[in-house]
Design a protein around this ligand. Structure first.
Ligand code: GDP
Length: 179
């Protein structure tokens, strides 16, 4: 055994402004900032033990919503192990984008695994504050029709942000390290 931990690459895809960077930041640093910083592309690398079965090298790729170069998006889809498709509960257009991304992933990954977790971000928002997408409706589509995992999370409150990552890793059933 090499003693090197398994490497797992998770990619966060979704429309601009849905909270991808905020979710990742909350997970990594337990922080939330209101200021909006436009992400081009950021790769976070850490070693951790998320499953209790030894250390792994976790790569978290944060992509921009205007991932406008199809060739780059394609490359990133081919070279990732699991996908967080993020929409915001106050933005129906962002759920349409998730649908498009899911189709693209399935097309590019024929014959390969494509663990997908659909993430409804900004779950702290009430209807009075702008929520338009209801949990039960989206859950029915995602779990019932797409056979993907579904979680709602809030980077603002920190609610269930860990759930996003455990869902992805659970679906991949990260193997035990041989050492
Ligand atoms: P990205 O473009 O998908 O990476 O989105 P950002 O993480 O940059 O977030 C976009 C905006 O949404 C920022 O102004 C955040 O403060 C806000 N935001 C992100 N997550 C949440 C959340 O969970 N709840 C609320 N209410 N706002 C959020």
């Amino acid at each position: 055994p090499s003693g090197r931990p398994n490497t797992v690459r998770l990619v966060f895809l979704g429309a601009a402004g849905v909270g991808k960077s905020a979710l990742i930041r909350r997970f990594l640093h337990d922080r939330f900032e209101h200021k909006y910083t436009r992400t081009v592309e950021e790769l976070h690398v850490l070693e951790c033990d998320m499953t209790g079965s030894g250390k792994m090298r976790l790569e978290i790729l944060d992509t921009t919503g205007s991932y406008s170069f199809p060739a780059m998006r394609e490359l990133c889809i081919r070279h990732s192990d699991a996908f967080a498709l993020v929409y915001a509960v106050d933005d129906p257009g962002s759920l349409d984008e998730v649908k498009r991304l899911r189709r693209e992933i399935l097309e590019l990954r024929v014959g390969k695994k494509a663990p997908i977790t659909v993430v409804g971000c900004k779950s702290d928002l009430s209807e009075a504050e702008g929520r338009v997408l209801r949990t039960a409706d989206v859950m029915a589509t995602v779990e019932g029709e797409w056979d993907a995992d579904f979680v709602e999370a809030s980077a603002r409150t920190g609610g269930n942000t860990v759930g996003v990552f455990s869902s992805l890793l659970q679906q991949m059933q990260v193997p035990r390290r041989l050492s």
